[in-house]
Design a protein around this ligand. Sequence first.
Ligand SMILES: Nc1ncnc2c1ncn2[C@@H]1O[C@H](COP(=O)(O)OP(=O)(O)OP(=O)(O)O)[C@@H](O)[C@H]1O
Length: 718
Amino acid sequence: MSTSSSDIDSSKEGGSFVIDTGSGSITSSDKRRQASCKKFQEEIPFMDEDCEECGDVDCHIPRRRPHEVVTRIPNQVKIKTLTHLAKRPAIDIEFQDLSYSVRNPGRREGRRTILKAVSGKFRAGELTAILGPSGAGKSTLMNILAGYVYAGVSGTVKTNGHPRQLKFFNKLSSYIMQEDLIQPFLTVQEAMEVAANLKLGDELKFPEKQLAIDEVLNTLGLLSCRNTRTECLSGGQRKRLSIALELVNNPPVIFLDEPTTGLDVVAIKQCISLLKLLARQGRTIICTIHQPTASNFQLFDQVYVLAKGQCVYQGASQQVVPFMSSVGLHCPKHYNPADYVLEMIQGEYAENVRILSAEIQNGKLSKKLDPSVAAGEGVSDPDSLKSIAKICRRESVAVMPAVFNHALMDSMDINRDYEFPTSCFQQFGILVQRLFLQQRRNTVSLGIQLFHHLFSAVLIGGIFVQTGDDARRPFANVKFCLSILVFFLYTHIMTPVLLFPTAVKLLKREYFNRWYGLKAYYLAITVASVPSMFCFSLIFCLVSYLLSSQPLEPSRFIWFFAASVAVGLVSEGHGMIVGSVFSVMNGSIVAPASFSPLLALAVYGMGHGGAIEQSMSFLMGLSYLRYGLVAITDSLYGHGRPLLSCLDSDFDYCHYKDPELLLRDLGMADTTTLGQIVALLGFALVYRFVAYLALRYRLTSEFSNQVLNYIAKILRHK
Ligand SMILES: Nc1ncnc2c1ncn2[C@@H]1O[C@H](COP(=O)(O)OP(=O)(O)OP(=O)(O)O)[C@@H](O)[C@H]1O
């Protein structure tokens, strides 16, 4: 480590805090620091594979001169940061008397309180774990602090001592959910590029973005798998990638919901050590966790223990045992303090919740790390933690003062200044590109779709072989039209019903972390599905059209194809509504249930077309499948088709020789293919708009979308 007192330079390393001054002789505190850092380095084994700079890991802990006053920023400091990332302000989060209640499930009246006036403070530069038995309210607390949940919440949340501006806060924080929701069919590098392009916009040029990506991958030990597809990553690597994706824009606050779930012992330790490293770089890292081992528990700077919606402990992890002892709960020696505290607040010991909560004033108090305890346990210098937080805060304030300056905040147009870093058009371009790449890479899906279209075309064409130009079997050809309709309906309604719920989960993660807006996303998925729909539909229509011997007129085929694709477009919109509202299981029931009446209306009146009742005629006008069936049939029999031949008939007579007569009896007289297609496109627009609203409602109304839940409940009871 360099030791010149004149080496104070934070600009030459791209904004990192590199402040070196002369050092005195090595003191016992230095030795302890080195030992602690060595331990810390050993806890991040993955760094050895990839990180050339792991020798600098000790730099995360600021070095104090002997006898230096703690409250001063130590001038012999070399804090390693991600030098190529944009600087952000450090943020302390404080909450007071936070309560959250929901409507009592299963009862008509009354509410259930999940969080009961809890308070607490999570600081920049520290790794905080929210701990507690299942159902204690950990995820709820984190969702509220992250701004994911806000309806039904009372109390205050402050950032750096001022009321939280949610829109601004959302931009500065990232929420990494329990499920590793990572876009498939992209390499780690590609996924990072998409994240950087969306989250950084024009903030950095491409080479700078690449440097930032390299640095993040290096820090998280992902360099060796940068060209690996995301679906091939191990559990630990996936977790690290989900953190890396959020790190590209250097959020000062990161929330993680159970980041260690599904990882093995080694990966859990790596993950917690990594989070501690990120915290040491000035971030506020908050995670929920289930039963950490004793050694992992010690890694957390602060733990916040919840039980039955109340805070039963807040403070340094090393202080849990003394705190419990102070109320007469003595943790046996060699017992995991995390296990002990969790056991003492559950089941027969539930009474302890009240005692502990009162003792810690429901989170208003915090148990600080006792220096003597810390020294005894070989914990790094406790004062260093304070120093780090201070440095992070002061250095960051210098870079981005607006967050702390309320006069400035008030003068800002929050909506304009904190919009996305990229324009809607840029987001659309990046998302469409990503979707096309994923489609191209998903060869199994492409193969299945090709097989499905070809097989169905041969099957339908084979069943109705030579019916297209046979006037003796007109109704067989109408059945052919109906088969085409059902094929396009089923194919395009079921794809979003089955795939959209997963896509929505991915969307939630990216949307909530402000990668892009919903309009850009929706436009992108709409546009991205068109080319494959067009190509596969063309193959299907060509094969089935030729096999069933429809008239060999190019213009007629184009009408037939256009009508079929229009049905596909509306059905896709229909499927998107169902997929954005219901789960795969419920959607698979709701989709057929919702189109069955439409199908019945589509075929009503066949054979007595001239005598369809007015009321039925009105209802039929509401069924897009009716328009589809009329468009497909009219494309084959309309457009001035000449009289058909009665194949193999000795007398050349058959009733439906005249296509006009057939159309009249089907109730399809006085219609045009174009008119029906225009109506179908109108339906497609309306359906897609409704699907957009449903998606928007779902994303902005928290998880428990009450109206939709109510509808789902009614459907379930039926
Ligand atoms: N929107 C809601 N409607 C009804 N009950 C809810 C809602 N959100 C949370 N709860 C209930 O609140 C309690 C706390 O939930 P939360 O998910 O916060 O617990 P947790 O401590 O994270 O549990 P776990 O560790 O099992 O994930 C649970 O009993 C849960 O059923």
